[in-house]
Design a protein around this ligand. Structure first.
Ligand code: WQD
Length: 337
């Protein structure tokens, strides 16, 4: 029976993938150093899946421990999510980002090579595209990171490309996420970082709705978009998670390196997301327009057709589902410690 290693499996994206792996009775092990996720997520996964969740506390930079885990757990494939992902934090602390995201991935790849595990699904990001030169963005779009976080993802993708050239036995999929939001329908799993509060739009809207922030600051309404506010491709976390299961199935029969954009293909503005949240939550969100945020692009949304065709994957959930599930999780999460 093939066993999957899920690095960063107690994080936002990892825990939702774990919930699908458990539902599909797949054999997997979570590793996490819990630097930005809570150990309580493991218990919540067991409660939602009604299954024992195997996990080992491990930092991906500990190559020796990784080799031991890969061998002992008879790992046949890795879904690699363990990384730091805050654009703002990466600008303030680039060395930490290159250490975790690049050196950490190198440590994992060396451990996999040592043990002979050559199947990998890698968590990349649409941030690598920088300022869009055309829209929607397909996988051929020029790469041009504008912050250390995006740069760290480009470096890893280049490492993977060189690895494939050196050894054709590797099967690798790199998934370029657009804007994952929302939460599990059970209400127990969601975007719940341990240390750094998320600066992303929907988590901030929810903090305003909860009264934790006075009002929402809209970073600019002078973009050349319909209502002047920034446009992004928001994708439900459960749609994003299902793409990883499809990618895992895909690499069973495909040697080489494949990259896919994960988005809905639909651009949604800041105002549209706010309006949708207000409709779903029946809460008015006080807001003010402030200057643009450094590093922001005006519009960014995906052409997901390559993933649709090759991974036989489709997004299923609406913007309302994203807002509703995120809001439900924020209410449940407050009650459970
Ligand atoms: C969305 C829109 C803001 C907050 C991030 C990171 C990265 C990536 C995707 C993984 C923009 C506006 C936001 C606020 C606002 N994830 N906004 N007020 O910047 O597209 O990308 O998520 O790779 O983590 O690059 O997401 O949610 O921060 O911003 O007006 O308080 O909302 O200007 O137009 P972003 P975001």
């Amino acid at each position: 029976m093939s066993c999957i290693l899920l690095t960063g499996g107690s994080g936002y994206i990892g825990s939702h993938i774990a919930s699908l792996l458990a539902r599909e009775d797949k054999d997997f092990v979570i590793i996490d150093n819990f630097i930005n996720s809570k150990k309580s997520v493991i218990k919540r996964l067991e409660d939602t899946s009604n299954k024992k969740i195997n996990f080992v506390e491990c930092d991906i930079r500990n190559t020796k421990k990784l080799i031991k885990i890969l061998k002992e757990k008879k790992i046949s494939a890795v879904i690699h999510l363990a990384a730091k992902k805050s654009v703002e934090e990466s600008i303030l602390n680039p060395l930490e980002y290159y250490d975790v995201n690049v050196s950490g991935t190198l440590s994992l790849l060396n451990a996999m090579k040592t043990v002979g595990v050559k199947n990998l699904v890698f968590s990349s990001s649409a941030t690598i595209y920088g300022e869009p030169e055309y829209l929607p963005i397909d996988e051929e779009h020029p790469i041009n990171a504008i912050n250390p976080y995006g740069e760290s993802k480009i470096i890893v993708e280049n490492i993977l490309s060189d690895l494939i050239k050196s050894d054709k036995e590797w099967s690798i999929v790199s998934l370029r996420y657009f804007n994952p939001i929302g939460a599990h329908f059970c209400g127990l799993l969601g975007d719940d970082p341990k240390n750094i509060k998320s600066a992303n739009l929907l988590p901030v809207i929810i903090e305003v709705a909860q009264g934790k922030r006075e009002c929402l600051k809209i970073f600019g309404n002078d973009y050349s978009t319909l209502d002047g506010t920034g446009i992004r491709d928001y994708i439900h976390i459960m749609d994003l998670a299902s793409a990883h299961i499809k990618a895992f199935d895909f690499i069973k029969n495909a040697k080489g390196l494949y990259v896919f954009n994960l988005g809905t293909g639909k651009g949604v503005s800041v105002m549209e997301l706010i309006n949708c949240f207000e409709k779903v939550s029946k809460i008015k969100i006080p807001k003010i327009i402030v200057n643009r945020r450094l590093g922001d692009v005006g519009s960014c949304f995906a052409n997901p057709s390559k993933a649709y065709e090759l991974l036989n994957w489709r997004t299923k959930y609406s913007l309302e589902d994203m807002c509703q599930t995120a809001w439900n999780f924020s209410k449940t999460n407050k009650l459970i410690k």
